[in-house]
Design a protein around this ligand. Structure first.
Ligand code: GDP
Ligand code: MG
Length: 448
């Protein structure tokens, strides 16, 4: 997520931070680099201008140039201004209405409306204990209605049964009475999309909107399309007055242009981000956490929250302790691999750690993905207790036995042993000199 932009910010900040003092020309040079990085990330020009305009007077202010750690203070200024551009506070769904509260999702074809409809229903069930009814109004694309209903059934969310050849308006009427009858708190309308914004599409949305009277009209936009997503949002905003935006495919978006531009360019808050194809891969949009990620400071709060939600805290504490005391073994590695699997693999964990782009590259080279996690699990399970505690003793004949037990070839076992070594070295380094890796000690301690 946003790794291209993050890498550039890390570079710019690290050279600013190195300088013991900064003069105005150096600050200007840093700002020029920031400007370029933002433009290359496909951030809207109006947003880049606004950011630089707000950062500049603060960055060249006397308090910074004269301070003892000018680079550090500039980072803080940039962070503050990015948070402002992103919208300052998180923006929740408005459900403050006599039920059923209608939410209407609009957007281009393939932007992720259907997936997001199911994600939101699940999210509201988990977080707010609300029962949703999923309703597809996409009568144009073949099997679109079935797609939503299948998703609903798979995830135990109520869906409106499909009546063949019914028009969207009639489906809305049926949904409203069905929701009242079965006591749904929320109706989520998944509307049809087009490949581009057109008049017929807008007219249909307006008609549906005036009948369903939704409390939230939410645009689902694909962050991978960058400024196109922003332009689409502006058009929808004009035509149907959006109350919020869901930005999807943020998981694959290295640039972050849409995320950074959306709020400022459309004056509409991003309410959620989609971070994967799975039903639970949706997050509230927290401007401060996103700014942390973009600026390479890591989304530690989300990481900790996620850890608390998904993971076995005792196990983590034990692993952390072993890590610090240098007795980190294959057993710990195995438990860590399992925790990682729960958290959506390496990618999920690493993308949230601060200063992590360097490490992540190493990991990419080591080719760690979820499949490999499974294979590694099998290999470790085929080791004896002795071997797990002290992998150094694994010689040729032991390798052969492990290979037989796990089904993995010796080369894969070697790779795991090498990875393990690399990982323990890296962790030793991080636990000693976390600060050098870009992790402030107070944050690093939270992770322990
Ligand atoms: N990686 C990723 N894929 C997504 C996300 N949201 C949706 N998708 C995928 O995008 C494709 C189109 O989504 P769909 O909901 O059918 O789009 P719709 O045409 O707007 O209803 C599907 O393959 C989804 O799995 C997301 O946040 N991340
Ligand atoms: Mg759809």
């Amino acid at each position: 997520m946003f790794e291209n932009l993050t890498n550039k910010f890390e570079e710019i900040f690290s050279s600013l931070k190195k300088a013991p003092s900064l003069n105005e020309a150096q600050v200007d040079e840093g700002l020029a680099k920031i400007r370029l990085a933002l433009l290359e990330a496909d951030v809207a020009l109006s947003v880049v201008k606004e950011l630089i305009k707000n950062i500049k007077p603060r960055a060249i202010g006397q308090e910074i140039i004269r301070s003892t750690s000018p680079g550090q203070m500039i980072v803080k200024v940039v962070f503050d201004e990015v948070v402002k551009i992103l919208g300052e506070a998180k923006s929740e769904l408005n459900l403050n209405v006599v039920p059923p509260a209608c939410l209407m999702l609009v957007g281009l074809q393939g932007s992720g409306k259907t997936t997001s409809a199911a994600k939101i229903a699940k999210y509201l069930e988990k977080k707010n204990n609300k029962k949703s009814l999923l309703v597809s109004l996409d009568v144009y694309r073949p099997a679109a209605q079935e797609q939503l209903n299948t998703l609903g059934e798979k995830n135990s969310i109520q869906t409106l049964p499909i009546v063949k050849d019914q028009l969207p308006i009639d489906i809305v009427k049926r949904a409203l009475s069905a929701a009242t009858l079965n006591g749904s708190d929320i109706i989520i309308f998944d509307t049809a999309g087009r490949t581009q914004v057109d008049l017929a599409m807008m007219n249909e949305i307006k008609e549906i909107k005036s009948l369903a009277n939704p409390i939230e009209t939410i645009l689902v936009a694909d962050s991978l399309t960058g400024q196109v997503a922003v332009n689409v949002a502006q058009e929808f905003k004009k035509a149907v007055d959006l109350t919020g935006i869901i930005l999807t495919r943020v998981d694959g978006d290295g640039r972050g242009g849409a995320a950074l531009s959306m709020k400022f360019a459309t004056n509409t808050p991003i309410k959620f981000i989609g971070t994967g194809e799975k039903i639970e891969e949706i997050d509230i949009f927290h401007p401060d956490r996103i700014a942390n990620r973009i600026l390479g400071m890591g989304d530690v709060v989300s990481l900790v929250e996620k850890a608390a939600q998904d993971l076995d805290e005792e196990k983590i504490k034990e692993t952390e302790k072993n890590l610090r005391t240098g007795s980190f073994s294959m057993e710990d590695y195995l438990s860590q691999l399992r925790q990682m699997k729960k958290m959506g693999g390496m990618e999920g964990v690493l993308s949230m750690l601060p200063g992590v782009s360097k490490i992540k590259k190493q990991m990419d080279n080591a080719n760690i993905d979820e499949n490999i996690i499974k294979v590694n699990e099998a290999i470790i399970l085929s080791m004896t207790k002795e071997e797990r505690l002290d992998p150094k003793i694994i010689n040729g004949s032991r390798k052969k036995r492990i290979s037989g037990g796990s089904g993995a070839d010796p080369a894969t076992i070697n790779k795991l042993l090498k990875q393990f070594k690399m990982m323990t070295n890296m962790m030793k380094k991080m636990s000693k000199g976390g600060h050098e890796e870009g992790i402030p000690p107070e944050i690093f301690n939270q992770l322990k």
